[in-house]
Design a protein around this ligand. Structure first.
Ligand code: AHM
Ligand code: MG
Length: 336
């Protein structure tokens, strides 16, 4: 599926312009916004590949040899996204997993913008010290308030079904930006030689079934009975049908879900006895992925409800998550 011929390669900018041509009434604001996120992603990627040099470049919280404050990568990633979106022309404000409150830009330019963005700037950041893939996750919403005035808190507390676009950036063996609108999901790989995201995975669809399940098995006895039954049943199935299912858990959601999106499978982060709502955040983590998986043909549920239908009541709300191939999500749902 990788596009091999250099003359056929389409950059992210070219792709979004191409999409615009298909919709003559589109204003281009969303394309600008994706370009801004792409720019921040390139900067974060440049910082992420140096993460292992922390001992050389200096510890977070201290000053480096150039006399600059050294920041943790998740703080840097947050700042890069805010800076790119504030400077752009398409975003009236942001909500970030790193910040307690939303940040409403409230200047003349931003108040004309019709979108707000919710993001997790660097998900899985506890993995950075071990050189394991991490990622950025984002969801884009059209404001409920009319452009011309500052965004309000209500603009950020919309159900995921109202997202106009969502995506993620995976800082892995290569850096990839995957984003989707209702028209489809496409993946772009950063070509470091030219510093551009290039279309490498056009029209991504999630296989309707898979054989991989992804869960933190260490919490097994903390999970609800239905989840334990499901896991036990698929392991029993393997007893007589070897290799029917296999378990893969990076513990970095963007990496686990990127694999699940491309190859099929099921990712589960259930509630536990300790944390009935689970760990993952509805607005920054679950909604963007739920949107992408549904557009790509998969499903996402909290158990009682489709993820995208949940009406958020607070910014940092958490929800259990079962997401992946349609058939596997349907099957696990019957146990919940
Ligand atoms: P974070 O937002 O604090 O980085 O936590 C989210 C991460 C996900 O990437 C990952 O799927 C999950 O936490 C792993 O949690 P656990 O270690 O409980 O399995
Ligand atoms: Mg996170």
């Amino acid at each position: 599926m990788l596009v091999q011929n250099a003359t056929q390669i389409m950059t992210l900018d070219e792709f979004t312009v191409h999409q615009l041509r298909l919709f003559p009434h589109a204003t281009g604001e969303l394309s600008h916004l994706l370009r801004d996120i792409g720019l921040a992603a390139k900067r974060i990627s440049a910082d992420a590949i140096k993460a292992g040099l922390v001992g050389v470049l200096g510890e977070a919280g201290l000053r480096n040899v150039q006399g600059e404050d050294v920041k943790k990568l998740d703080v840097l990633a947050n700042e890069q996204l805010i800076a790119a979106l504030r400077k752009g022309v398409s975003c009236a404000g942001v909500g970030s997993e790193e910040s307690d409150q939303v940040l409403i830009f409230d200047d003349h330019k931003s108040n004309q913008s019709k979108y707000v963005v919710l993001f997790d700037p660097l998900d899985g950041s506890s993995n950075i010290d071990n050189n394991i893939s991490v990622g950025t996750i984002f969801g884009v919403y059209r404001r409920t308030t009319a452009p011309g005035s500052p965004a309000t808190d209500a603009d950020f507390l919309q159900p995921g079904t109202r997202q106009v676009a969502a995506g993620y950036v995976l800082y892995g063996t290569s850096t990839m930006l995957v984003y989707g609108t209702r028209r489809g999901v496409n993946g772009f790989t950063l070509d470091p030689a030219i510093g551009e995201f290039c279309l490498s995975h056009p029209d991504i669809t999630c296989p309707s079934n898979g054989n991989t399940y992804s869960i933190n098995h260490g919490n097994f006895f903390q999970y609800p009975a239905g989840v334990r039954h499901y896991i036990t049943d698929i392991q029993r199935w393997n007893e007589f049908n070897p290799d029917s299912y296999t378990e893969r858990y990076v513990g970095s959601m963007v990496a686990d879900l990127h694999r699940t999106l491309l190859k099929g499978g099921l990712f589960l982060y259930p509630g536990t006895k300790e944390r009935p709502e689970g760990k993952l955040r509805l607005l920054y983590e679950c909604n963007p992925f739920a949107f992408l998986f549904e557009v790509a043909g998969g499903l996402a549920t909290s158990g009682p409800s489709r993820i995208l239908d949940i009406i958020p009541t607070k910014l940092h709300q958490r929800t259990p998550l079962f997401i992946g191939s349609k058939e596997m999500v349907t099957e696990v749902s019957s146990y919940l």
